[in-house]
Design a protein around this ligand. Structure first.
Ligand SMILES: [Fe+2]
Ligand SMILES: [Fe+2]
Length: 158
């Protein structure tokens, strides 16, 4: 069973590859509707990832007062990504929709690096291997439950 952090880092890699593909498609998008749909796709895949992350990893670290400042920054990143994506899903202008989605992708990439360099190592030091695996198992179970019943997943992205 992978630890929660290994699972999240693997997802970052998959998401980053997806973002690269979307960047390429954006170059050729010819209507705002195309970009709006791509933004909804990104919203959907980030919702699953972010909800496991904030409800398991962030929530556990939140018990440790010393790490709150870093966590606040990560929550702020999530809100900023969400805000850009929400606007990109409805922007009626092609250039504005593309700008918003590209910005959301750029903030997400930087956010992944911040998590991997600051918070995930803290998380790994804070818990023993058995606990890390138990968190990983909880995350996998959440994903399986969400596949069976998408409404079970938190509606608040990340
Ligand atoms: Fe995150
Ligand atoms: Fe993440």
């Amino acid at each position: 069973m992978p630890s929660l952090t290994h699972l999240l880092v693997a997802e970052h890699a998959v998401l980053a590859a997806l973002f690269d593909e979307i960047d390429g498609i954006l170059d050729h998008a010819r209507s705002p509707g195309e970009v709006n749909r791509l933004a909804r796709l990104v919203e959907g895949v980030l919702r699953r990832h972010g909800s496991a992350e904030s409800e398991l990893a962030y929530a556990a670290l939140d018990q440790m007062l010393a790490e709150r400042g870093e966590l606040l920054q990560l929550h702020q990143d999530h809100r900023e990504i969400d805000a850009h994506l929400a606007r990109a899903t409805i922007a009626p202008d092609l250039h504005e929709a593309r700008r918003l989605l590209r910005r959301a992708l750029a903030i997400s990439r930087a956010h992944f690096r911040r998590e991997e360099h600051s918070v995930f190592p803290l998380f790994e030091r804070a818990f023993n291997p058995e606990a890390l695996e138990a968190f990983g198992e909880a995350a996998l179970q959440r994903y399986l439950d969400a596949d069976r019943d998408p409404a079970a997943l938190s509606q608040s992205p990340r």
